[in-house]
Design a protein around this ligand. Structure first.
Ligand SMILES: CC(C)(COP(=O)(O)OP(=O)(O)OC[C@H]1O[C@@H](n2cnc3c(N)ncnc32)[C@H](O)[C@@H]1OP(=O)(O)O)[C@@H](O)C(=O)NCCC(=O)NCCS
Length: 167
């Protein structure tokens, strides 16, 4: 398996993988909307390929934390693996690789909404432990954060998702 940044020629195949993984096109549309926005980070839109075929994709993009100041943080969403390649460690590899890249880029914090049993293995913990509040009603344990090397105590407050997430 190889992990690399996406290129524009990958877009149709990525949309296919995401749509197959989620069984609907909303998440693929989210990725397209983020690509068209100032919150897109090309280095953090990654594909996993096997024998040259894209089998997985992950995207980290900018959202914000409203504290005393407005702080940029990352949303991990979506991550998708082609159904026939799920449960073979590819999602885990993409998430780990992406988190390392985010750290190298100097980002401070990653936010994810998902299953605690899955994301806790990467160091995500319930956001309320860090004084970080979800902008919508969700089970507290599903709204998680992972502080990176550049995390500082000032990263508290309420999360505001970018407009792309309203689609
Ligand atoms: C969730 C997903 C990204 C995981 O990637 P993967 O390559 O299948 O997973 P890995 O092989 O790396 O890891 C396997 C673990 O993920 C768990 N897992 C698989 N699908 C899951 C899901 N939809 N939600 C939570 N955990 C899931 C498995 O139970 C397994 O846990 P275990 O190690 O405790 O047994 C992938 O299954 C997928 O694309 N699912 C459909 C889309 C989706 O739900 N995306 C995530 C939104 S938060």
């Amino acid at each position: 398996m190889n992990i690399r940044c996406e290129t524009s020629s990958d877009y149709p195949k990525i949309a296919e993988v995401i749509t197959a993984a989620f069984g609907q096109s909303n998440e693929a549309k989210l990725v397209e909307a983020i690509r068209d926005s100032e919150n897109y980070i090309p280095q953090l839109s990654l594909v996993a390929e096997i024998d040259g075929n894209i089998v997985g994709h992950i995207l980290f993009s900018y959202i914000h934390l409203i504290s005393k100041e407005i702080l940029p943080v990352l949303a991990l969403a979506p991550v998708a693996i082609s159904p026939q390649f799920q449960n073979q460690g590819i999602g885990t590899a993409l998430i780990k690789y992406g988190l390392e890249k985010a750290d190298e880029l100097g980002e401070a914090l990653v936010i994810v909404l998902g299953h605690p049993s899955f994301y806790s293995r990467f160091g995500f913990v319930q956001s309320t432990y860090y004084g970080i509040k979800s902008p919508f009603e969700v089970p507290a344990e599903a709204f998680m954060v992972k502080p990176l090397k550049n995390y500082e105590i000032k990263y508290t407050g309420e999360v505001v998702y970018s407009k792309a997430f309203n689609l």
